[in-house]
Unconditional design. Structure first.
Length: 271
């Protein structure tokens, strides 16, 4: 078997192992779905009227909200990559993998791929939740598929960030904090819950160029979910080319953090 084939085979085994871990620990899946559902309900029914104005009551804000919740959900799922690697390091699982005749890249690829399986399940649950509160996909079937693929590509990119953080964390406790703390500015300084034009000064500029904003805006466009009436449409190159910028950003994140994570894994696996 050639090198690429061996990597795919080995990563498939690791993917299956990690998926089975989720099955044996259903509280992971429960936590990954309950928190996003809580965010949907809070922003749709508690804050929606204040944030969305009349649109919050008519359902326009709810349609605006769902793409942001989707992106936030898969972004926070990268914390499971962080904790998973830190847990494997602490328990010596990485040492066992090192002793096997397998590709080192497969261990990381298997973990990040398994987290995409989790993201698929969570997106399905969140889609049902969105439909129940009045969200609808206004675009074509192809646009809807592309919208989901956009979210999954961004999730895959962030999982490599999570892999690197998990491999440099010294304990599960540190990983638990490190895997979440950077998520809050990434998701909230964006267009996930409010229009980016409403953010003042530097925050608005950061939101404009935030890859998270691009992923959310591109997904909204593909789903056909417009901003509530009276809100200014986003402008500027990142907004006008949201899909392109989201894809380029995701590829850039993978190109940076995949080698970093792989190099770090080789270092910890060679100790």
């Amino acid at each position: 078997m050639n090198g690429a084939g061996k990597i795919l085979t080995d990563s498939g085994v690791i993917t299956w192992r990690n998926v089975m871990n989720v099955r044996r620990n259903p509280e992971w899946l429960l936590g990954a779905t309950l928190f996003p559902i809580m965010f949907v309900l809070m922003f749709a029914y508690v804050f929606g009227g204040a944030i969305g104005g009349p649109g919050g009551d008519s359902g326009q804000y709810r349609e605006f909200l769902i793409a942001g919740i989707f992106a936030q959900t898969v972004a926070f799922n990268s914390s499971y990559t962080v904790i998973g690697f830190a847990n494997d390091l602490q328990k010596g699982i990485i040492d066992r993998f090192r002793s096997l005749p397998m590709s080192r890249l497969a261990v990381i690829l298997g973990r990040t791929t398994a987290d995409q399986v989790l993201s698929l399940v969570v997106l399905f649950v969140m889609s049902i939740c969105g439909l129940l509160i009045g969200w609808r996909i206004r675009g074509s079937v192809l646009d809807a598929i592309l919208g989901y693929l956009m979210i999954l590509l961004f999730a895959f990119a962030l999982s490599w960030v999570g892999a690197y953080i998990g491999l440099v964390s010294r304990s599960v406790e540190v990983a638990n904090s490190a895997g979440l703390i950077w998520m809050f500015p990434l998701t909230f300084i964006s267009s996930a819950f409010v229009p980016q034009e409403s953010l003042p000064g530097v925050l608005g500029t950061i939101a404009d160029w935030n890859p998270f904003t691009a992923a959310v805006n591109a997904t909204r466009d593909l789903f056909g979910n417009a901003s509530p009436a009276g809100w200014a449409a986003p402008s500027g190159w990142p907004a006008d080319n949201a899909a392109l910028y989201a894809v380029l950003s995701s590829v850039a994140i993978i190109a940076i953090f995949a080698p970093l994570a792989t190099a770090r894994y080789r270092k910890v696996a060679s100790r």
